[in-house]
Design a binder for this molecule. Structure first.
Ligand code: GLU
Ligand code: MG
Length: 703
């Protein structure tokens, strides 16, 4: 989320009358971009990561670790500071920026200016992330720590879990029984989003995560920490009237989801066609990377039987009415909507021949008027479906100052345009596993794809490893015309499986068996051995020639971004059964390969690296990243989620009752910080040669 403009937000009762207006103008704004930029070509690879942090305040005396609600003060120190660095350093240096996020205890950082596709930039990611963390750390109080941690284990427990302590009795936007108003970023957009989601839905959000039942967990588990009888708001009886399920961890507010932290990556593509291709290729990768980065088994003071945040966030912003959820016949609303606005992608969008129409096999309702309008404007069926599917949602936050906009200048009804993140828009409140992002108006930025599933990792070493891995995988996909398509229904099933306890090591996932296109479609970019042969051509907005344009076979030090379309196979388009194209594989098989029948994503990335001019010390760094991911996938290292569950279960104060007590949580937060800094080892979850943030303060060096 970027910086936020101020204004007067409308409550839902007033906002809803403008929903059609926002949709109509949002589409006009999108079409204006489309007309101007659909033929834009030749953008170089620019990319960036977004890391979300929680600020923890350690109360050593009371052995309590709580969330520090000082986001506003901390950002007030960090934001001018980064512009100061900017002024004092070489302009080629990528100065990080810090942004607000939903939780008042959260920070978000980005590299400031994007990384390029140079090998040296790839290898600067970890140092850049570490620099950002240390910068944040320097501006915290001595007892505060910035942790990259997905879900805070004691968010919403009875008693003190914030600094300063706050009372949930005043939760005017969420009406939560557990989370105080002060948990939410005070910028009006966030309380309004929270309140309007609840009002539109017609009740509080209701999330029930299965509880991890331990040896002494009482059965049935009827949560004693739910204030069953409290009756301040009209919806309060919800918990006792069935919203809170036994044997589950019940959560009733947006903060439980949007208060989670993740690692996101955005890539600029060469052109719109490549962005669509990349988007599709990464859709089936989304759940795989979610399972592999799983890091959130602890919620509202309990151990859950799930490992990931995804469904919690989906539930936390689920503004669908009862009609839309299929609980009542449609009367007021237009559509039955199968998923929350935060959920897995519903439609593949590429026009390449590999994208068989059969793959879009789930119910993805779309607005037929918007679809017809887009088609009449000349858009193809697939992109028209995608956009008109996103536009079944209502804009949730509308600012009275921002209703009538100049559709040539603004895209605010379509999507956020950082840094003045606009309030009322459709695309930015469709939080899906991937986001297809058109160029913002009046900016040098091109067509982009955002990869959104990964849980943030404890250390910058891990975060950099996963970021670099996805960038390299994206190049392997494009340079070898890899085909990862499986039906969307199977991707959905994988999303479900990815979140189950220990999915990375005990689940199987649907994955495509044959990922290389037929030989005739491979010819232009890959040799018969499958090795990548660089393509001649100009690549980059500045007209730089990146790549082996001279035919000498010299290896490159820059990742290319432009690829020719995939030639259709000479033997005709595939028409066999879609079911025969995929099978269930373990994480280890998907990542490390399965005998001769499936190469594995890591070997594909290694092979791609082999086509680049990587020098010796660089090779070692890449190898350390791939080793981490390989070890996670084959089980020789644990996922953070497994490690966290075991930390709690092996703590001397644990009573085998599924409860994460104040003391356990305190020791865990101290341990996380020490592990990150490298002063405590954690050989189950990190490679033994991990040195830690204390050994390296990070740098802004950009090469
Ligand atoms: N924090 C959210 C997550 O964990 C993402 C919010 C955003 O899009 O920045 O997925
Ligand atoms: Mg964010």
């Amino acid at each position: 989320m970027g910086l936020l403009s101020l204004g007067t937000p409308l409550p839902w009762a007033d906002a809803k009358q403008y929903a059609d207006h926002v949709r109509q103008h949002g589409i006009t704004q999108f079409l204006n971009i489309w007309d101007r930029l659909k033929d834009r070509q030749g953008d170089e690879l620019l990319w960036g990561d977004e890391i979300e942090y929680m600020v923890i305040s350690l109360d050593e005396e009371n052995k309590n670790a709580v969330l520090s609600l000082r986001q506003t003060e901390i950002l007030a120190k960090l934001q001018p500071l980064t512009s100061e660095i900017d002024a004092n350093t070489d302009s080629s240096v990528s100065v990080p920026t810090f942004h607000p996020e939903y939780g008042r205890y959260m920070l978000e950082s980005t590299p400031g200016s994007p990384y390029t596709g140079s090998i040296r930039d790839l290898l600067s990611v970890e140092s850049n992330m570490r620099y950002r963390r240390n910068l944040a750390r320097k501006h915290l109080k001595p007892n505060e720590i910035p942790i990259t941690f997905t879900s805070f284990p004691r968010l919403g427990v009875p008693g003190v879990f914030t600094e300063p302590p706050c009372d949930p009795a005043d939760a005017t936007s969420s009406h939560s029984l557990f989370l105080p108003e002060e948990i939410t970023n005070p910028h009006v957009r966030f309380p309004t989003l929270t309140a309007n989601i609840r009002t539109r839905r017609g009740s509080k959000v209701a999330i029930n995560l299965p509880l991890f039942i331990d040896e002494r967990t009482p059965r049935p588990f009827v949560d004693p920490t739910i204030p069953w009888q409290r009756n301040i708001y009209p919806e309060d009886p919800e918990a006792r009237n069935g919203a809170a399920l036994n044997d589950h961890i019940y959560m009733d507010a947006m903060g439980f989801g949007m208060g989670c932290c993740c690692l996101q990556l955005t890539f600029q593509s060469c052109n719109v066609q490549d962005a669509r291709r990349m988007y599709d290729a990464l859709v089936p990768i989304g759940p795989i990377m979610l399972a592999l980065t799983a890091a959130s088994p602890l919620w509202r003071g309990y151990i859950a039987d799930v490992d990931c945040r995804w469904n919690v966030i989906a539930g936390s912003v689920d503004d669908r009415t009862e009609e839309e959820r299929g609980l009542k016949p449609l009367k007021e609303n237009k559509f039955r909507i199968p998923k929350s606005r935060y959920d897995s992608v519903d439609l593949y969008i590429s026009e390449e021949w590999m994208n068989r129409p059969e793959y879009n096999d789930t119910d993805a309702p779309y607005d037929s008027c918007i679809y017809d309008r887009l088609r009449k404007h000349g858009l193809d069926d697939r992109l028209s479906k995608h956009i008109s599917h996103l536009f079944i949602r209502d804009p949730i936050v509308i600012f009275s100052e921002m209703i009538d906009l100049d559709d040539n200048e603004s895209t605010d009804h379509f999507e956020v345009r950082p840094p003045s993140a606009p309030p009322s828009n459709i695309q930015s409140t469709n939080w899906q596993t991937l986001r297809f992002k058109p160029p913002p108006p009046n900016s040098p930025i091109g067509w982009r794809v955002e990869f959104r599933t990964m849980e943030v990792q404890l250390t910058d070493f891990e975060n950099a490893a996963f970021a670099v891995f996805i960038v390299l995988l994206s190049r392997a996909i494009m340079s070898q015309n890899l085909n990862f398509y499986i039906p969307i229904s199977k991707v959905d099933e994988n999303m479900h499986r990815a979140q189950i306890r220990d999915a990375a090591h005990s689940s199987k996932f649907f994955f495509r068996k044959s990922i290389f296109p037929p030989a005739s479609s491979r010819a232009s970019t890959a040799s018969s051995s499958g090795n990548v042969t660089p393509i001649d051509g100009v690549n980059g907005i500045n007209g730089h020639v990146h790549g082996n344009g001279n035919g000498t076979g010299k290896k490159e030090r820059h990742l290319r971004n432009c690829f020719p379309p995939i030639p259709p196979p000479e033997e005709g388009l595939p028409n066999g059964s879609v079911e025969a194209e995929y099978e269930e594989m373990t994480m280890n098989e998907i990542m490390n390969g399965k005998g001769d029948s499936f190469p594995g994503l890591i070997p594909l990335v290694e092979e791609f690296l082999g086509t680049l001019d990587v020098q010796e010390p660089e090779r070692e760094k890449f190898a350390s990243y791939l080793n981490l991911i390989r070890s996670r996938a084959n089980g020789s290292l644990k996922t953070p989620a497994t490690w966290l569950r075991e930390f709690v279960r092996s703590h001397p104060a644990y009573k085998f009752d599924s409860v994460v007590s104040q003391e356990i949580n305190y020791d865990l937060m101290v341990a996380l910080d020490e592990i990150e800094r490298g002063v405590r080892s954690a050989p189950d979850v990190l490679p033994s040669d991990y040195k830690g943030g204390e050994a390296d303060q990070g740098s802004l060096e950009k090469y």
